[in-house]
Write a new protein. Sequence first.
Length: 384
Amino acid sequence: MSQEKLLLIPGPTPVHPRIIHSLSLPTISHVSPDFVAEFKEALANLKKVVFTAEGQPFIIAGAGTLAMEIALLNTVSPEDRVLVLSQGYFGQRMKEILASFDLQGDIIQSPLGRAVTPEEMENKLAENNYAVVVSTHVDTATGACAPIRSYVEICKEYGTLFILDGVCATGGIEERLDDWGIDVVLTAAQKCFGVPPGLAILVFSPRAMVKRKNMAKIPAYYSDILRWLPVMKDPSKYFSTPCVNEIRAFNEGLRLVIEEGLPERFRRHAQTARAIRAALTTMGLSLFTQEAFLADTLSVILYPPEIKDKEFRQLLAENGVIVAGGLGELQGQVFRLGHMGNLSSSQVIFALEAIEKTLLALGYKLEKGRAIERAEQILSEKIH
């Protein structure tokens, strides 16, 4: 059996032993009192993660892309027009989903490495009558973190619904559904929650629920939230068999989030990001993402000219750490390093030591140990 490696791609992320234990428990009935209680607990804790009192959570078997589809199909009517704010690869996917269902949409594509600015968004809203605006919080391909609060404030002025793709942010970066005025947060289990993939996760605001209820029909069956709503109100009811083990594991992941405390968790993610980037720049590496748009959940790092992508990632894997290559036009130019979920300081240091060792083995010049000392210094600082 091969030695386990530290998985630091932008999701799935390392899985905590408590979550692994929960996932490994024998499958129980989806209508048993024990499972119903855990499902209810997961729904309640999900609301806490996005700071909502009245929002309606949904936990459905599927992936983040299914959550994207559910969010759009349940808020966008054929006569509506959608504005997609794209920071990279997954903004383009939103546009593709709209086109697949013959729904109308326009897209603002930011240059790679930054996000759409609020000014660019407002200028576009002034040109057309948009019913819905959708944005990725953190684009997994480019590492760009969008100014979500500014987007939402502008949407309020225009009366548009706002959908937030939080797949690479929810549970690691603050997202306040009620206070900020977000209408839908969609996400998945395998990134900031540190749970194995398999769930499409959403929270709808009361306004978004009214929008769906006012739509006569939508081009979906499984993705229709009104079919799922009775189950989310009372998990003992049946629509389609839930993935019992995955939901129990997700519930355990949410317990870890709540136990740590949301402010503390957000600060830890920010501190980890600072430590990793300080170490990488000390090694002489450069970040692809513009500084103003850096995310606390992943980093996208440019290769020096003498370092080849495939060779670097293969040797790094041999040294115990898995990172991701670039997506789309960034393929071969960057590697992507996820630092979200339940990642510990010791895992961060292990990863940085492996990166340093790999670079040195490939003939890259750096002062051994200096970057690690810089990271340890930041990680040892008390989080305020």
